[in-house]
Structure formats: structure tokens, C-alpha cells
Design a protein around this ligand. Structure first.
Ligand SMILES: Cc1ncc(COP(=O)(O)O)c(C=O)c1O
Length: 456
């Protein structure tokens, strides 16, 4: 176990860097992103604010598309879906689509945003363990490219609906393979006790395939699995892909139907603190292609077209949150040591991941350079909850003070998308920066927005 560390300095091109690729220190020590000094951004747009580096996000989207297109060129090809739960907005869905991605949505809201962004229906995948009839109908009417079914009951509901609407319903079956991955480790178990998917081990996945084949209103595209999040060890995908390809071969042999597609989900890890070197798309794609090539050859079945669904790895590193420091309080610990509590003007309402998952982040004083010695600090929010922690432990300069700007990198995914109005704090806007220009792609909420919902 290593102790707390300070945020690494921006290092464009270093995959361990938690900062997006256009973040730099200016000559006088401030941070700059997308060609804009954070002091100017804070003065013009206020804090807290999510700052999204458009060039960085686009480059990550493009890197996935290029790597998968190249690695699967001699197989049956590949598609990359942006998992828009990571952060869905009209601008971002449009950017990723312009860079060649398809988009995966898991609610009516995400569907509406993707359609508003101009993503065509056939480039959309609809997910969800509890899709409403209305969501299924809207997806079919939009000509959705695939519905990923998640239960036996949903198969019949979807088939009935497709029949009634007389619309095509391309389907993938979400399979739980028993492989769970996240962070550094993965485990493979036979039994499942979670809400997503249909178990391979229990036979539910095979039963679902048979149920889809039995309904002429549905077209069976293939099998889908999503094995976890923040995955740094690609071997977990190998185990899951192998299991899915075996089921595909078994179905082909027993029913004569060879499913044309295979979706291996998302979950590719990113660097949150500088400690991890996450795999790049240029490593992920050939690794997965190798698994599909070998397993298909071993099983004697032609390879499927493969899709993947990165969310965090596209949007996460492209975002940072800019806060202003308020109260700074030293707290004496039981062991006689000290921890500095540095309060910022946001907190668990704009980043719930630390409280929810004990997620790790780092933070840096953003508006100036400090040569002061560092102290163990905890970055906390302004909410009425002692678990309102943004960064659990980080070394910050001893002279951090009220009014300083503080930047938390790698908040582009599952930050704004999981934000709340706890304590009736308006949610921050999302400010896109590129080549020296800044514009809100999601405007900040105001107290008037909150009051407008309250009918008295
Ligand atoms: C089915 C599915 N696909 C893709 C993702 C995206 O995962 P990540 O953002 O970790 O890449 C998720 C995340 O929960 C998911 O459930």
C-alpha cells in the first residue's frame, strides 16, 4: 500500500496521466484546457463547472473506431458503440457519431438525446433490465439497430409489440457469463446473483435464444455480455468471449442458426489518479480480435461481426471538474497525525462516485503553481453528509486557501450523468472547450429551475 500522492503534472500522450490531452500549465503556473486558462473559465462561467475537452473526447472516440476497424478487418468487421450512460448530451452524441461510433442507450431519455443529436435509429442499441413498453415502442419506431433483451418475459413482450406495430425487431440476448471484472482483478464464477442478463450456467441464456428463435417477429442478431467496469486486465474479456462463442457454436449446431454478431460490452478502465496505465484501444482491439479468431477457428464456426461499448474510456478522461475552495480545516487524527479538510463549492451532488463506490480521484490547485510543502488532504463538498467526499486522500500544497481553484481530473464519465440536486444544489453545467473557444453544451441549473419544478 502506498500513501496519498499528489496529482501528477499534465503529461499529454502519457496514458497514466489522468488529465485530458490538451491540459497544460501556463508560464505562470495556471492550468489550461482546450486553449483556455482555467482562471478565465472560472471568472466567465463560474464554478463548480464540468469542463469537457472536445478534441480529447473526439480523439478517444476515433481511436476506438480506427483500432477496431483495423483489428477486425480480416474477420467479419466491428462496430464501436458509445455507452451514452457515461455522459449523454446532444453535442457529445453528435461528436462520437461524427467520429464513427454508434450509440448505446438504456432509457427513453438517452434515446431522445441520441435521436436529437441526429444519430440514425439503425446506429442505436437499446439496453435495460426493465424497459417500459413505451421505451420499446419508441425504439422500434425509431428503427433501432438492436434491442438487447434481458429477460425471458421481455422477449415475448417485444415480439408482441413488434407484431402489433409491424416493425422489425433485431435482438441480442444479454448473457451473464459468470465473469466479473473491475479494477485490477477479475473472477469467474458459475453462479449469478445480480439483476442483469440471462445466466449461461443455469441454461437461461440458451432458453432465451430458443425463445427468440421461436418468435418470427424477432431477428436474432447475436449474444451480448458486459462483464464489469474500470477493467484493466484484458484476460477477463478472453474468458467471456470464449464462453459466448461456444454458446454461439452450440446453437448453430443444434438449430442451424449461426448468429451473425457478438457484443463484448464496455468497461475499459481509465487513469483516475496517475497510478494505472489503462490499456489503449490499440491494445484492446487486437487482443479481442485474437480471441475471436482463435476461438472461431477452434470451434470451426465463421467469426461474428463484433461490437464493443466503451463509455468511461471515451468521456471520462476528457472531463475535469473545476471547483473553488471554501473552508479549509485541519483535523487531528487518532494517531496524532493531521488531515486537511478542503471544502469545495460542489461535492456528492456533482460526483457521487467516491461516496457510492469508494472511487479514487486526485486533485490539483489549478489557478496557480505552488512550491509549498504538501499535506495529506481530503477534498469534501458542501453537502449535509459526512460521506460527501470528492477525493479521499490527496497531497495538496500546504498553502491551499479559500478562493483557490481546484481541478479534479477524469470526471467526464458518470459525473454529470449521475448528478443529483441533493440539498437543492443546482447541477453544474458542462462547458465544452476547444481551440480556445468555450461554450456550454449543458447549461448550469439555477435555483429558478429547481423552483419551477416545485408546485407549492
Ligand atoms: C451494457 C453496458 N455496456 C457498456 C457500459 C459502459 O461501461 P463503461 O463506461 O465502463 O465502458 C455499461 C456500463 O454500465 C453497460 O452496462
Amino acid at each position: 500500500m502506498t500513501g496519498p500522492t499528489a496529482a501528477p503534472e499534465p503529461a499529454p500522450g502519457d496514458r497514466r496521466s489522468p488529465w485530458s490531452s490538451t491540459v497544460r500549465r501556463t508560464a505562470d503556473g495556471s492550468l489550461e484546457v482546450g486553449g483556455r486558462d482555467v482562471r478565465d473559465l472560472a471568472a466567465e462561467y463560474g464554478t463548480p463547472v464540468y469542463v469537457l475537452d472536445e478534441a480529447d473526447l473526439r480523439a478517444r472516440a476515433r481511436a476506438f473506431v480506427t483500432a477496431f476497424t483495423e483489428a477486425f478487418a480480416d474477420l467479419a468487421g466491428a462496430d464501436v458503440y458509445y455507452a451514452s450512460k457515461a455522459f449523454a448530451s446532444v453535442a457529445v452524441d453528435r461528436w462520437v457519431h461524427e467520429e464513427g461510433m454508434h450509440v448505446d442507450v438504456s432509457t427513453g431519455g438517452e434515446l431522445a438525446v441520441a435521436l436529437r443529436a441526429g444519430v440514425p435509429g439503425d446506429a442505436l442499441a437499446l439496453h435495460g433490465n426493465n424497459k417500459s413498453d413505451a421505451e420499446l415502442e419508441r425504439a422500434l419506431r425509431a428503427g433501432v439497430g438492436r434491442v438487447v433483451v434481458d429477460s425471458l418475459a421481455e422477449i415475448d413482450r417485444l415480439a408482441d409489440l413488434a407484431g402489433r406495430l409491424d416493425l422489425p425487431a433485431p435482438v441480442m440476448v444479454r448473457v451473464t457469463t459468470g465473469v466479473h471484472a473491475g479494477g485490477h482483478a477479475f473472477i469467474a464464477t458459475a453462479h449469478e446473483d445480480q439483476k442483469f442478463g440471462l445466466s449461461l450456467a443455469s441454461g437461461a441464456a440458451r432458453a432465451a435464444v430458443d425463445a427468440v428463435l421461436a418468435r418470427p417477429e424477432l431477428t436474432l442478431l447475436g449474444l451480448h455480455s458486459h462483464i464489469g467496469s474500470q477493467i484493466l486486465d484484458l484476460s477477463a474479456f478472453e474468458v467471456a468471449a470464449g464462453a459466448l462463442l461456444r454458446l454461439r457454436a452450440e446453437v448453430a449446431e443444434e438449430t442451424g442458426t449461426l448468429m451473425p454478431e457478438l457484443d463484448l460490452g464496455g468497461g475499459y478502465g481509465i487513469s483516475y489518479t496517475g497510478a494505472d496505465a489503462p490499456p489503449a484501444p490499440e491494445e484492446i482491439a487486437p487482443a479481442l480480435a485474437g480471441v475471436v479468431r482463435r476461438a472461431s477457428a477452434d470451434l470451426g464456426t465463421p467469426p461474428p461481426r463484433v461490437s464493443v461499448e466503451p463509455g468511461r474510456a471515451v468521456a471520462g478522461p476528457a472531463g475535469l471538474t473545476l471547483y473553488t475552495v471554501g473552508t479549509v480545516k485541519p483535523v487531528v487524527l487518532d494517531d496524532g497525525g493531521e488531515r486537511r479538510y478542503v471544502s469545495v463549492d460542489g461535492g456528492m451532488s456533482d460526483n457521487i462516485r467516491t461516496a457510492l463506490y469508494e472511487a479514487e480521484y486526485t486533485a490539483a490547485v489549478a489557478g496557480r503553481r505552488s512550491e509549498a510543502p504538501t499535506v495529506v488532504s481530503r477534498v469534501v463538498g458542501k453537502h449535509c453528509e459526512s460521506g460527501d467526499i470528492v477525493v479521499r486522500d490527496v497531497l495538496l500544497p500546504d498553502d491551499v486557501a479559500r478562493g483557490d481553484l481546484l481541478a479534479v481530473p477524469a470526471t467526464g464519465a458518470y459525473g454529470r450523468s449521475m448528478a443529483s440536486n441533493y440539498n437543492l444544489v443546482p447541477r453544474p453545467g458542462v462547458l465544452a472547450v476547444r481551440d480556445g473557444e468555450a461554450r456550454f453544451v449543458v447549461r448550469p441549473e439555477t435555483e429558478d429551475d429547481l423552483l419551477a419544478l416545485d408546485l407549492g
